[in-house]
Design a protein around this ligand. Structure first.
Ligand code: ADP
Ligand code: ZN
Ligand code: ZN
Length: 677
């Protein structure tokens, strides 16, 4: 073929390919030559078969180039896909994630694609049921004309304005929507999504898994009937692959989903919404350990799409970014329709003990429950611990029953008659005598939801009770059934863990009882204050969403702790000010980034030795004067987990990437950049 001016671009005869195999822990791929017959087919984002050592493996083309820095290249054998599985923004995003989280690119690509799409078998894992998940049913059930949106309040309109401007201009912009619980944030998202669709583009809305109630789904589906796709962990592999296919084919314009939905292959993405941006569920806890909020921000940049992060309790990192200009700040300081935030009454549990009340229900909470139910209201009792007793202790020798695999106490579950480890799942029958000293004086201490339920039943025998925690929603869809029953008024009181804390908008709830506000307070982590503040604010925010006045009773042993005090006063700004001061003084995020390296081994001494060796190497090799330091090694918070001893070291610094080349990478190590609680 003759080219007009004889200056045609050289054919991109080389391809960088990332093998889809776990053994390749490092590197961003290998260079192969592309045979002439495959030049038009081995496109970036396609799977190919390549020779690898003596084997043939499947890999992903991540880049094509005209020349190669490698002397000898072997040819690609075969192209698997007719069309790329990953579009250009997804490929760019994959490389960004690999670089930011020190993760192998092959693992990132694998995480971006559902197993059903990759064609891999969900090896060994249980097959999903044949029925469709209730959430999908809710998404599809809405047919006919779209619901009529309410007119935005003046403050909602003001909050939506910068987003609508960015949508109209088709440009990237980052907005933090800081709005109290029930202030109408979701309505702002829905308005922005409608504007995006009207502009011919598509929208992605991320919510924490826990907020994916039929109510949330119905709200989105009702506004955009037939155009919604749903991605969450309750889907079977087949359902997930089918939703992915619909999205890629352009059959869905709005994707609602949890963390991994950030990889949805929307061809014309024009808006990214991240609700409850502070939720720890946005952090992936396996390789690649990405944080979906940061990934969402980068995705928006790559697609020229605005990104809005919403929360009543943004992470202080995010809040600070909104004050340094990295994010635009919009606020909804009041609830919709002038509804007041519920007053929070504090009960000091130390006083309760002095008065001789050892029950999990204080006199004030008992009275409030009586009043609430006499008036026909519903109540939620929140306790972020499941089980009957959180420790089983011997009163003679003082030892606690602990897991044989992990350094934690076993939790007594009366219903199942067993003591269980909440980390590895191991369990033993309830012992009659102390396994250490044979004394029969063993008893349970510390209260979980199961014990609380029994207490409430005893005191309020006529109350219709529901309980929601991981013990009774392990069955698929049980969560939705309990939620629907409570919403329909089939129960008066709901007892639950953090599963009941977020996102619910139920008008009948007139009392929220926080049975123990301190469960996360003394956790050995720099975020324990923030997590506590956020959880208390969210739980309290479930009350008072209807027309009747509502109240919150908060029980605590630490009423003077800043997180508890500011949550009680609904005072985010004061909380953030205190928290930021502490973070700055201790050089914790956002004043530095962290990378936690954990080594696990069956032999404690070897684990410690390996961690010391790695810490020494790191300290020797880190660039001097780079503002990076190495903390530890120390035993991990859970020193022993699933039979392995864990030691960890933490690299800290503003430019944490400068340490990546020196991180330990041998078997047994795991690397977590920007760790979350
Ligand atoms: P948030 O997401 O901040 O918790 P929502 O968007 O769920 O708040 O709003 C709280 C309640 O107020 C919901 O029941 C919602 O339907 C209602 N609402 C929100 N905006 C409006 C509006 N402009 N007019 C009438 N009702 C509204
Ligand atoms: Zn004993
Ligand atoms: Zn265990």
């Amino acid at each position: 073929m003759v080219d007009g001016v004889g200056l045609s671009a050289p054919p991109a005869a080389y391809a960088r390919v990332v093998p889809e195999t776990r053994s390749i822990l490092e590197g961003s791929g290998f260079t192969y030559s592309v045979p002439e017959a495959l030049l038009g087919r081995a496109l970036p984002g396609c799977r190919v078969v390549v020779p690898f050592g003596r084997r043939s493996v499947v890999g992903y083309v991540v880049e094509r180039s005209a020349d190669s820095s490698v002397e000898e290249t072997r040819p690609i054998t075969e192209v698997v896909d007719e069309a790329p599985l990953l579009a250009a923004p997804q490929l760019a995003l994959a490389q960004w994630i690999a670089a930011r989280y020190a993760a192998p690119l092959g693992e990132v690509v694998k995480a971006m694609l559902p197993a059903g799409v990759r064609g891999a078998r969900p090896g060994g894992r249980r097959r999903g049921p044949r029925t469709t998940s209730l959430a999908l049913v809710a998404a599809r059930a809405v047919a006919g004309a779209p619901e009529h949106p309410p007119v935005l309040s003046p403050s909602q309109a003001e909050a939506a304005a910068p987003l609508l401007a960015a949508i109209a201009g088709g440009c990237h912009r980052r907005v933090l929507l800081h709005g109290v619980t029930g202030s109408g944030k979701t309505e702002v998202y829905l308005t922005a999504i409608a504007a995006t669709l009207a502009a011919g583009r598509q929208a992605l809305a991320l919510v924490p898994e826990i907020s994916l109630t039929p109510q949330t789904v119905r709200r989105f589906a009702g506004r955009f009937p037939g155009r919604l796709a749903l991605i969450h962990s309750g889907l079977t592999e087949a359902e997930r692959a089918a939703e992915w296919g619909r999205i890629r084919a352009g059959d869905a314009d709005v994707v609602v989903g949890s963390r991994s939905a950030v990889f949805a292959p929307l061809p014309r993405l024009g808006l990214v919404v991240v609700d409850e941006e502070d939720a720890s569920a946005y952090k992936q806890d396996r390789i690649p350990r990405y944080h979906a909020v940061d990934v969402a921000l980068e995705l928006g940049r790559l697609c020229d799409a605005p990104v809005v992060l919403g929360s009543a309790t943004p992470r202080v990192e995010t809040f600070l970014r909104a004050h340094t200009g990295d994010l635009d700040l919009t606020r909804l300081p009041e609830r919709i329709a002038g509804r007041p935030l519920p007053p929070i009454e504090v009960v000091d549990l130390r006083d309760e003990l002095h008065a001789g009340n050892r029950s999990p229900i204080s006199a004030a909470l008992e009275r409030a429950m009586q009043e609430c139910h006499a008036a026909g209201g519903q109540s939620i009792l929140f306790l972020n611990r499941r089980g009957t007793a959180t420790v089983v202790l011997c009163r003679d020798c003082g030892s606690a029953l602990s897991c044989r695999n992990c350094s934690v106490s076993l939790v007594y579950h009366h219903g199942r008659g067993r003591c269980e480890c909440h980390y590895c799942g191991a369990s033993v029958p309830v012992p009659r005598v102390c396994p250490g000293c044979r004394s029969p004086a063993i008893r349970g201490l510390g209260i979980g939801t199961e014990r609380l339920e029994a207490e409430v039943r005893e005191r309020f025998p006529k109350l219709r009770l529901l309980r929601m925690d991981r013990d009774n929603v392990s069955e698929r869809d049980a969560y939705h059934r309990i939620y629907e029953a409570f919403r329909a008024g089939e129960a008066d009181c709901l007892i639950g863990t953090q599963m009941v804390a977020k996102g619910w908008d139920l008008g009948g709830v007139r009392l929220v009882g926080i049975v123990n506000a301190d469960t996360a307070l003394h956790f050995p982590d720099y975020r324990s204050g923030e997590v506590t503040f956020s959880l208390l604010t969210q739980v309290a925010g479930r009350a008072g969403r209807g027309d009747e006045p509502a109240r919150v009773i908060l029980q605590t042993y630490s009423p003077e702790h800043y997180a508890v005090r500011h949550a009680t006063g609904h005072d985010y700004l004061s909380f953030a000010r205190d928290e930021i001061r502490i973070r700055r003084a201790l050089r914790f995020p956002p004043y530095a980034r962290l990378c936690v390296c954990t080594y696990a081994h069956r032999d404690d001494a070897r684990a410690e030795m390996e961690a010391r060796r790695a810490a020494q190497i790191l300290s020797d090799r880190l660039p001097p004067g780079g503002g990076l330091d190495v903390l530890g090694p120390t035993p991990a918070f859970l020193h022993r987990l699933r039979g392995e001893y864990r030691w960890q070291l933490t690299v800290r610094g503003e430019e944490i990437e400068r340490a990546f080349a020196h991180l330990p990478s041998t078997r047994g190590w795991s690397i977590d950049v920007d760790p979350a609680l």
